[in-house]
Every structure is written in C-alpha cells, then in structure tokens.
Ligand binder design. Structure first.
Ligand code: ATP
Ligand code: MG
Length: 299
C-alpha cells in the first residue's frame, strides 16, 4: 500500500454516538460533507477522511491499523479487547480522550416480580445480552455459573418473550427497562464515548494536526460545561457575591457609569448557575444577572 496522505477516523454511521461524534469533529473546525450516504466522507479543509461504520467494527479497525482513530463506546472497546485477547489477535490501541457523551451503564436487570437477592440467585439462569464478554467476566468473578442468550438488539424484550431469565444491557435513564417490566439490579460496567488511536506511526504533519484537534476538543468540552456570568453587584456585598459564583477566583470588576454604589462583575464559571444561587445573589442585592453559554474556549 502507498503511504497514506490523509488521516482516517472511524465513527458510528447511525446510532446513539453518530450525531455527537460528527458534532465534536465539526466543533474542531472540520468541514465534512456527510450528505451522501457514503462509507467514506472527506473533510474539505483538513487531510482527514471519515469512515462511517457500525460501532462494533470500530475497535477492530483501529486495532488492525486500518484506520488511525475511532470514536466508540468504552463498552464496545472492552468487549472487542476481550474477544481478541481470547483469540490471540492484536488489541493495540490507546485511549486518547474520554468524551462528554455516550454515558451509560451496563446493568443486570430482572422482571419486576423476580425476588432478587444478589448475583448468586442468577446461578444456572440464562441471561440475554449483546456484550457476553463483560457479563462473563463479572459473573465469573462472583463465581456464578450461567448461560448466555446472545442478542445483537431487542435485549430488553428477552425475558418477556421467554428467551431468558434475566438480561444484561446498556441503560441510560432506565425508562426502557421500566417500559418492559424490568428492574435494574446490578451495575456491572460504566461506559462513555472515547477517542481511540491505533499504533500507526503518524507523520510530523499528522501529529501536529492531532495535537491541534485534541486541544480544540478540550476547548469545546470545557466550553460546554462553562458559562459566562454578568451581573451588577453592590460594592458592600461584593465578596459574598463572588463566593457564591462557582469557579470565579478571578472575576472582572468594572465601574458602572452613573452608579457609584454598584459594579459590574464578569465571570467565566466552570459550572452552570442554578436558579437557587441566582435567587441568593438577588437577595444580596445583585441585579441584571445574565448567564450565557460559551461556544469555544482556549486556556
Ligand atoms: P450499530 O448499528 O452501530 O451497531 P448499536 O445498535 O450497536 O449500533 P447504539 O444503540 O447506537 O448501538 O449505541 C451505541 C453506543 O452508545 C453504545 O455502545 C453505548 O456505548 C452508547 N450508549 C449510551 N447510552 C446508551 C443506551 N441507553 N443504550 C444503548 N447504548 C447507549
Ligand atoms: Mg453495535
């Protein structure tokens, strides 16, 4: 194969991670034409190609060095690593960054009426799941023998359909479990989306681009969590007001034209400002309190 001139990043084609993965890359300034239903999308302004595949394929593509990077759920990465380790296949890849989306837990759930007293009561039961490796590791540690019912989807209906006695599935709010008459009894793994990198050696130019993208990703993630807060504060209560603002060690204090008693306070806060805090600020005499989103941030 000739030397690759463009970086390759694998992302989920359609599913829970695809919109956030695309949004993250776009927020780094990458222009991507995703309108066509193509496997590969080219960035117009960076030497980067996006490979759009099923999430299950992403860890393998990275571990085999077919692509340089991937964005995938840690649960899928963990499962693939276990499978490959058992088959003596390469598992090389580095987690470069934990991302701020795709949060979920991998949990055991049983029917509402099941009298669950602990993992031991699943001994010799059949458990439906899409991620048998993580489930087996957990129950082996607990010393609980069981059998698997492997389902790539619709795991939540397995008990009602009489296919299994329990399920082990990804949960975020728990609404799907509840809608299917199930209760979550054990969280066995916590996952979020991660950016992973293959062992492929990067050229200096590609390494420089990666460093820039990582810095921009950090900037986007920090901006999402932060708020720009502006308010008018009475000089008499300035210290108490500053103490109430999260992460406001170095506020900007400005004079207010025509008002000797108050100053304008500008703060980049690392957290959201809740209504309760705003009400307390008001009690201390603050007025014109504005909380604004921040789009980008470079420290
Ligand atoms: P594909 O067609 O690409 O194989 P999929 O059906 O396997 O997709 P999705 O349901 O799109 O996968 O979920 C992708 C990832 O999103 C999961 O592996 C997990 O890391 C994360 N995720 C976050 N919340 C949830 C949830 N409530 N249920 C399932 N996955 C979740
Ligand atoms: Mg999948």
């Amino acid at each position: 194969m000739t030397e690759q001139k463009r970086l390759r990043i694998a992302i989920q084609k359609s599913g829970r991670l695809s919109d956030d993965s695309q949004a993250l890359l776009k927020s780094c300034g990458m222009k991507i034409n995703l309108r066509q239903q193509r496997l590969i999308a080219h960035s117009e302004n960076m030497p980067v190609d996006l490979l759009r595949v099923r999430d299950d394929d992403i860890p393998g593509l990275v571990m085999d060095g077919v692509v340089d990077f991937g964005i995938v759920g840690e649960n899928v990465l963990e499962e693939e690593t276990m499978l490959r380790t058992a088959q003596n296949e390469p598992t090389d890849c580095d987690i470069l960054k934990r991302l701020d989306f795709g949060d979920c837990r991998f949990s055991l759930a049983v029917a509402e009426e099941f009298d669950y007293t602990g993992p031991q009561c699943l001994a010799n039961k059949r458990i439906a799941t899409s991620y048998p490796g993580i489930l087996k590791r957990y129950l082996d540690e607990q010393g609980v023998p069981f059998s698997t019912c492997m389902l790539a989807g619709s795991v939540e209906v397995a008990t009602r359909a009489g296919l299994a006695d329990a399920i082990c599935d990804l949960v975020s709010t728990g609404a799907t479990l509840e809608a299917n008459g199930l209760k979550e009894v054990e969280v066995i793994y916590r996952s979020q989306a991660v950016l992973i990198k293959s062992k492929n050696k990067l050229s200096d130019e590609h390494q420089e681009l990666l460093d820039r993208l990582l810095m921009r990703m950090q900037g986007t993630m920090e901006a999402k969590e932060s708020k720009y807060i502006m308010l008018h504060a009475p000089k008499t209560h300035l210290d108490q007001i500053v103490d109430l603002l999260p992460g406001s060690e170095h506020p900007t204090v400005l004079a207010l034209a025509g008002d000797e008693d108050k100053v304008a306070l500008h703060v980049v806060s690392t957290e959201n400002l809740f209504w309760e805090t705003m009400e307390k600020l008001k009690t201390l005499g603050a007025s014109s309190i504005l909380v604004m989103p921040i789009e980008k941030m470079l420290r």
